[in-house]
Design a protein around this ligand. Structure first.
Ligand SMILES: NC(=O)c1ccc[n+]([C@@H]2O[C@H](COP(=O)([O-])OP(=O)(O)OC[C@H]3O[C@@H](n4cnc5c(N)ncnc54)[C@H](O)[C@@H]3O)[C@@H](O)[C@H]2O)c1
Length: 345
């Protein structure tokens, strides 16, 4: 197993769509603080897919079964890139066999599952990290430093949008089922949820509507609006849909202060308006390219340091649970037709 100055070896479980982003990030990651990253092996129940991915990224080992992954003591970390309802079981088993775990978002589908995963990590003395890649995006960092530098004053309002087509669901059949995926809130809005929490702090209260006009063939909600009130008093609105057949695929987060605003947008990059910073009332580019994707590389470098040197990381397993809690609060709010206070009882 890796100690400081060594290589952190990653076994990947799940070779679907998102595995490419992880494999690219792991291939590109520069050694940070003397810690290298290497892909040790790939596993998928669809063996042909694992082989294809191994060939694409030059990975030598393809595991024949999940048991083989668990028995591989050469692998330091198991990355769990699987349908949502499998995250908990696979994470708990990997932790129990002495591996650190990086689990895709949402870390799990319930607070009980999150607690099982955190307890398994504590028992094993291993690290558990959620994939909150957008916290590591240069775009998020640019917005964060714009705000921290006083450019717009204290944020009091935020809006997020996630517009995706039905293909997001149709290419992942499990995402259309209640057990496998959850709806747009758990699968998509969790990204802006964890970014808002990172930027604005803890949430006090959540309200939510799910659209009652179904446009995507899936069990759970395809479209929803959630409202958040933070402990700071700031409020935010999150809009998410998988129903936009013809529209642009876009994601955005806009944060407003009394003196201006900053917007992170998948097509517009990062832009800001700040009389204090720019001496005018125009919208200025802060970052031409939002850089979606490079967050994965920076995340893996941070987690590798956490694993190898025990250093604190930007995101922890507890953050994974808190993000899930925000979404579960939204579900409860929508289902019960009321606002729901956090933490959930
Ligand atoms: N961080 C991000 O930006 C981002 C983006 C997309 C997806 N995700 C997340 O990544 C995870 C995977 O999503 P995806 O888009 O790659 O899905 P996908 O459907 O493309 O891939 C899932 C893979 O898991 C495999 N699988 C299913 N059950 C299995 C089992 N029991 N044992 C072994 N393999 C099994 C499937 O064969 C498939 O290859 C989800 O948690 C999803 O929310 C994250």
């Amino acid at each position: 197993m890796a100690e400081g100055g060594q290589t952190v070896r990653v076994a990947i479980a799940g070779c679907g769509a998102i595995s490419r982003a992880h494999l690219r990030a792991l291939a590109e990651a520069e050694p940070g603080d003397g810690v290298r990253l290497a892909v040790h092996g790939l596993f998928d129940q669809d063996a042909a897919r694992a082989v294809e991915r191994a060939q694409e990224f030059g990975v030598e080992r393809v595991y024949g079964s999940w048991t083989e992954v668990l028995e591989d003591s050469q692998a330091d970390v198991v990355a769990i890139l699987l349908p949502h309802d499998l995250h908990c079981r696979f994470a708990v088993e990997a932790l129990a066999t002495g591996h650190h775990v990086v689990a895709e978002k949402p870390m799990a589908t319930s607070l009980a599952e999150c607690d099982q995963m955190l307890a398994a990590a504590a028992r094993a003395g291993k690290r558990l990290y959620p994939v909150h890649n957008r916290v590591y995006d240069p775009a998020t960092e640019a917005a964060e430093s714009f705000i921290a530098g006083g450019a717009i004053g204290e944020v009091f309002l935020a809006q997020t949008v996630g517009l995706e087509p039905p293909q997001t669901v149709s290419v992942r059949p499990w995402l259309g089922t209640a057990a496998g995926g959850g709806g747009v809130l758990l699968a998509q809005a969790i990204h802006p949820a964890y970014v808002l929490r990172w930027l604005l702090g803890e949430v006090a209260e959540v309200a939510c509507f799910k659209s009652a006009r179904k446009v995507v063939d899936m069990t759970a909600e395809d479209t929803a609006l959630a409202l958040l009130r933070f402990q700071s008093g700031a409020v935010a609105e999150m809009t998410g849909t998988f129903g936009l057949r013809a529209g642009p695929y876009e994601h955005g987060i806009t944060l407003y202060g009394p003196e201006g605003y900053v917007e992170i947008h998948s097509r517009r990059g990062v832009v800001g308006l700040s009389a204090q910073r720019f001496g005018d009332r125009e919208v200025h580019a802060l970052l031409e390219d939002a850089g979606w994707g490079s967050g994965f590389r920076r995340m893996w470098q941070d987690y590798a340091r956490g694993v190898a040197a025990g250093s604190p990381t930007r995101v922890s397993g507890e953050d994974g649970k808190r993000a899930v809690e925000m979404i579960l609060a939204a579900y409860r709010a929508a289902d019960e037709g009321r606002t729901v206070a956090l933490p959930l009882g």
